[in-house]
Write a protein that binds this ligand. Structure first.
Ligand code: DC
Length: 213
């Protein structure tokens, strides 16, 4: 039976861990759409293209394939799961992902991925409830205090909290103010503030929402 759960929100709000655990609990696939934008950004950087220039960005990704298999991200079949978390990719991904034609292509690839997964998936990103799956069975928007989000990310990647906070603030600003598919909750999304919640509490809460739906 079809079950699509959209999990949107800014970086460090807990989307990835929550989505992975939720998918496992539901026996559904898990798609991290941020990894698609990161893999496209890696392709742009590898080609030496200008991330600001949409024509160069499209040329750089033309003919390249992005996929996710068992939680690993593949670019033309090569496992780039680590490379896409580099500082260079993180610094350029919001610029690359603001281009509307690039988004159109990646959104199509994401929809096809979910179709191949039998339409049973927890899909995390920025625009899942608003654009990719506006008809999702449940939409949640995870948010948290910016200082707490920065502290979580800093713990994951081992960089100073102040640096991580500045980079997250910049990405939040770019992602929320771009004209195409800005980061914002869908009108029918359930907003969950994870500042004071543990991962299991968030997953339990979402599972509860699904049984009520
Ligand atoms: O979830 P993440 O931090 O790995 O996402 C990296 C970037 O990708 C994020 O700053 C904006 C972009 N992104 C997007 O524009 N739309 C999505 N659905 C997911 C991510």
């Amino acid at each position: 039976m079809r079950l699509i759960v959209a999990v949107d929100g800014p970086g460090g709000a807990g989307k990835s861990t929550v989505s992975r655990l939720l998918a496992r609990r539901l026996g559904a696939a898990h798609l991290d759409t941020g990894a698609f934008y990161r893999a496209a950004t890696l392709a742009v950087l590898e080609a030496g293209a200008d991330p600001e220039d949409e024509a160069s960005v499209l040329e750089a990704i033309d003919g390249r394939t992005i996929d996710q298999v068992d939680g690993r991200t593949l670019l033309d079949g090569r496992d780039v799961s680590k490379e896409i978390r580099s500082e260079e990719v993180t610094g350029a991904v919001s610029t690359v992902s603001a281009h509307s034609e690039l988004r159109r292509r990646l959104v199509e690839a994401q929809r096809q991925w979910v179709r191949r997964a039998g339409d049973r998936a927890v899909v995390e990103g920025r625009d899942i409830g608003t654009v990719v799956f506006p008809d999702a069975d449940l939409k949640v928007f995870l948010d948290a205090d910016p200082a707490v989000r920065a502290a979580r990310r800093s713990g994951e990647i081992g960089s100073a909290v102040s640096e991580v906070k500045a980079a997250l603030d910049r990405r939040d600003r770019l992602d929320s103010t771009r004209p195409t598919s800005p980061l914002r909750p869908a009108p029918d999304a359930v907003v969950i503030d994870t500042t004071h919640l543990g991962i299991d509490e968030v997953v339990d809460h979402i599972t509860g929402l699904l049984t009520q739906a």
